[in-house]
Design a protein around this ligand. Sequence first.
Ligand code: SF4
Length: 831
Amino acid sequence: MNYKDRKSSPVRVFSRKELKQLEQEPELCNHDRRTFLKWGALLSSQAVIGGGVLNLLTGEMAHADDTFDNVVQWVYSVCGYCSVGCGLKIGVNAAGEAVAVRGNDAHPTNAGRVCVKGLYEYKVLDDNDLRVAERGKYPLRRTSTGGWESITWDNATSLIAQKIIEAIDTAGPDSVGIYNTGQWTIEEYYAMGKLGKGALRTSTMDSNTRLCMAAAVYGYMTTFGSDGPPGCYDDIENTDCFFLIGTNPAEMHPQVWRRIANARKSSRAPKLIVVDPRRTATARSADLHLQIKPGTNVALMNGLLQQIIANNWTDNGYINANTRNYDALAAKVASYTPSYVSGITGIPAADIALAAEWIGRSQEVWSLFIQGVYQAMGGTDTVRQICAMHLITGKIGRPGSAPFSITGQATAMSNREAGGSSALAAYRNYYNPAHIAELENIWDVAPGTIPPHGTTVISSKSELQPEKNSMVEMMRKGELKVFWNACTNPAVTLPDLNALYSYLDFSNPSRPFVVVQDIYEPMETAHFADLFLPAAQWGEKTGTYTCAERRVNLGRQAVNPPGFELRPSYGAYSDLEIIKMVADKMAAMDPRFRTQSGDSLVGFNSAEEAFEEWKQVSAGKICDMSGMSYAALETNNGIHWPSTPANLLGGARLYTDGRFNTNWDRAQYGISPDAPWIDPDDKSRAYLWAVDYEAPPEVPDSQYPFWLNTGRVIEHFHSRTKTKRVAQLHEMVPENYVEISTEDAQSLNVATGDLVRVTSRRGEIVVKARITDTVRNGAVFIPMHFGDLDPSDVAENDGRLVSVNRLTINYVDKDCGQPIYKHCAVKLAKA
Ligand code: SF4
């Protein structure tokens, strides 16, 4: 079906009075059946029109085929989209088809509620609603004329194995790049980590979680000694002050927002501070909105730390017993007075002082942060400062107080835990010989098999940061021979796309052999693929998902993957099965890719078998899951790690005793025991970072006078591979747009709906204008979800280029390598 042929659905724009009522009613930011029916409308809670205006699809349209009547079985599951980790049940009819989703009433995370993506998640399993031909059912090989030919799985795995062996023999193991996702299961990450490091021996492994929350990981690892958010969702009801920085839960994580909003109505009445350059729905609900200038988070955090220290709101007992480097921190922030910080951030000095006072004087403080921190200038440093704020006030490790990172994808945490890309399994330190030797022993591979830690992240640009290496740089230089891209879409999500496309173009003689493993073809990255491997997705396989609060959930298979009847030659397989097929083929072809006993490294034959092996790898480690089982995960509606047989459910909060993972034998990261955060006295103390504000690499000037900010809408997920194929979601936000302030729109002579040309030093796009007071003058916002290569998008946009990452700068955080998507400079003109 052509998207343009779809009947456009009526969109109701509510009056200001109705909007006020909606914004104050947290239940309506969530979508259980009761509110669905009560309003006769599906609330997307998305500021797609601007100014926090809520865009509603009429209930009649949304409800047309949303029925539970034909459900004969509800299959236990968890949402496969975002990291909130809502418990779901998938409704299956007598024919074995998925026909509904409902929230799991007993699940503590969402208590039966789901957001709009979750509500329609079964649609991605519904062959009648999707263009079935676009679900991959056949492995495909690129022909000499640029088309596809289908090949058997046997031939496909032989081809990928040959290409990998050829690359290793001619250019070394690191010429094989593996780039994966935050949407697999723990079992799949564990298998890929084992194949990549234990058999292929490549250190060129990364995942799209680099784009998503690398700053949180590096901030945690270099402060606490290890990754892992210290708190849990139950802190929400136990705090006195919410400090939300770079996050918009009212529109992006509505189940978290529901709990925050309900907590705010309680007798405890916690305060709400929101730091955001945009006046989002969350910011409009705040007691104090700090509308910060782009790229200045580090300066603000130093200002808050300065005020907390200057006013003696510190916990000196906690500082002395449980932290190091306090004096350097205090000296560093001393000059960051409110008036000085106001000059950098644009926030009134009195508001900075008031925010610090609320944080300093509140008994308990809960900080929430996401991409506005991670994808901004100084992302890792900002996370370190947030952690420092909790440490110097002693507000950590008890109910209601924690720094709490959230993330975009359902299993970004799982990738890091299981070592599916750049990390080593179970938070082992790549640089600690004892950790490496232990894992090699468990895996039955020879000492020295696991390669040295790679510093190769997915993206960087040598012109801007010559010291950084990346897979994109390796592509540019012709050093990457195989690029195995699984369950992610870099042709939409990486920065500076025009440059990437030139490296991957089929006319480039030094391009790598590109394998794309995904659920749909077409999808943008598959435009550049030599080999396409059709994968099963959420609901079509069983596995485990770690959500943002370290709760591991179980998602069970509800339906068979597409092309199941074509097996074993064709048909989509789970990523775990595909990884095993490749591992087995490589082991059969070449003894170098076997264990010391002569077996394939991926020996398990089911997801549950893989989980049982993984549990043993995690035993005794920071993210210990040895107490869990599939049965226990379902019975308890998820279990936090650490979880041991002796203490199954005791992992809700970390660092309750003020002891951290900074001793060398336990630390997850650190090139040597001399790393600043490694406690030289083995006292497990946290490290306080003293950092300075640094201006972003590109700021508006006379030629490119606007700040460009990129972000998300709730109706879509990542590059829309799935959500653009769900009619209800597509119709709510069918095309990309640019938010422009009223004053700037007048200067540019544009109105909502006009086409606007947005140009940066790297590219140009043409999108429709939305005039709004969500953005301030001199700043624009464009969603990150939209590609412009797939036929459906070309048709929807009449051939216009619309992908915002054609504009963004390929500049990455100095510590964690996460690209800065939240600010670069652009110019605008009416098209
Ligand atoms: S997308 Fe996130 S908030 Fe929405 S239902 Fe899924 S897990 Fe919950």
